[in-house]
Design a protein around this ligand. Structure first.
Ligand SMILES: *Cc1c(COP(=O)(O)O)cnc(C)c1O
Length: 383
């Protein structure tokens, strides 16, 4: 078994990124919404069956667009998990909205759909779900709650590109879905993202918000003869260089997805016995979910000291990570958000979770070493 360092992540390049960037450069049209952006939009629309995809600078920007589209006003409440990245909450807080955190499910670590209804008040405007690790939330139940209470449904699908729930693409199920192409995700452009606008009635306003509050998109299509300021908006569109890079990744997306899934399944098989011995819990994938192998994690037994486990792995040059500090426990979370009910599962899972190295090109040899070292580390972490 080799003993070379195993990094947590290694951004994957398909080999055609620079070729496409050169094409954009030679064309000399570098602003947003050029031909590469158009191709990326079409690809996403075909993948998801959504009426409109719009590239953005990041998933963060796409979530901010969703908050603008919903016209979130100061005091409006948005129900979401605390076990998520800061942008899920920040996008709404920037508009004066108040995130209301509810607990997560123990199996998928996604928002517990059974807890949503009790958190609804007269100020609730939306539910924002997060598909952790690219594994879907219980969307049927959540959609039916949103319909019953006339709430908007936003999907933070930052990790969910190419994942399915009952055959439907994550990001295309709610009113709006946000993807990330940050270099730590499966398909990347350094920084990057997209907003999926899943109702045709919202497309026009989404285009306006993304183009500094103007109807420039309609102008470029020749639908109007001048463009003007229509609504509050900002500049959410990336330039063509980013879109050119992203297009190279989209071309190979199926291959990337397949390779990640292969490595994911290798971990899952290697860790089966440790799970049977009660040394680690593996991820749970509900039958209705097809996932994209965004990450592989284990949940350590409560009595194991995760700090000891992580530092032993690091000593052996195997780079594993924990994940979110729950937002309700952060300084800004305490100031700008509130919780509904206790968040015991969130706190327990967040303190016991460990993510393993997973990237295109990791070898099964590397993975065997990760698992063997983890096995020893867990012994060292026991009281
Ligand atoms: C990565 C991530 C984001 C942020 O994505 P950016 O493209 O970096 O803005 C938001 N939410 C979740 C759940 C993420 O994993």
């Amino acid at each position: 078994m080799s003993d070379r360092p195993v990094p947590f992540n290694r951004p994957y390049m398909t080999g055609r990124e620079l070729e496409f960037i050169t094409q954009a450069h030679e064309r000399g049209a570098l602003a947003g919404d050029g031909p590469f952006t158009a191709r990326c939009h079409e690809w996403l629309e075909r993948l998801t069956d959504s009426p409109r995809a719009l590239l953005t600078h990041s998933c963060t920007a796409a979530l901010e667009m969703a908050a603008l589209l919903l016209d979130i006003q100061p005091g409006d409440e948005i129900i979401m998990p605390s076990f998520t990245f800061v942008s899920t909450a920040n996008a709404f807080v920037l508009r004066g909205g108040i995130p209301v955190f509810v607990d997560i499910r123990e199996d998928t670590l996604n928002i517990d759909e059974q807890l949503i209804e009790a958190a609804i008040t007269s100020r609730t405007r939306a539910v924002c779900v997060v598909h952790y690790a690219g594994v879907a939330c219980e969307m049927d139940e959540i959609q039916s709650i949103c319909q019953r209470y006339e709430l908007a449904l936003v999907e933070d699908a930052a990790q969910g590109l190419m994942s399915l729930y009952k055959g439907r693409a994550l990001g295309a199920i709610g009113d709006y879905g946000a993807y990330s192409f940050h270099e730590t995700k499966n398909i990347i452009s350094g920084e990057g993202g997209a907003l999926m606008v899943n109702s045709p009635y919202d497309v026009q306003m989404a285009e306006i918000i993304r183009e500094k509050g103007t109807d420039r998109s309609a102008f470029y299509r020749g639908e109007i003869d001048k463009y003007t300021w229509q609504a509050p908006g900002s500049s959410f569109l990336p330039g063509e260089i980013i879109a050119a890079f992203l297009w190279a990744q989209f071309e190979d997306a199926d291959d990337i997805n397949e390779k990640r899934l292969l490595s994911w399944r290798i971990y899952d098989r290697l860790l089966e016995q440790m799970e049977q011995q009660g040394r680690l819990r593996r991820p749970v994938i509900p039958v209705e979910c097809d996932h994209n192998a965004h990450l592989y994690y284990g949940i350590l037994p409560a009595e194991v000291d995760r700090g000891v486990v992580l530092s032993y792995l690091k000593e052996q040059q195997i780079h594993c990570l924990f994940h979110y500090v729950p937002l309700h426990d952060s300084p800004a979370g305490k100031k700008y958000a509130r919780t509904h009910g206790d968040l015991v599962v969130t706190e327990s899972m967040a303190s016991r979770l460990l993510r393993l190295p997973l990237w295109v090109g990791i070898t099964s040899d590397d993975q065997e070493r990760v698992v063997a070292t983890l096995d020893r580390a867990i012994d060292l972490g026991r009281p």
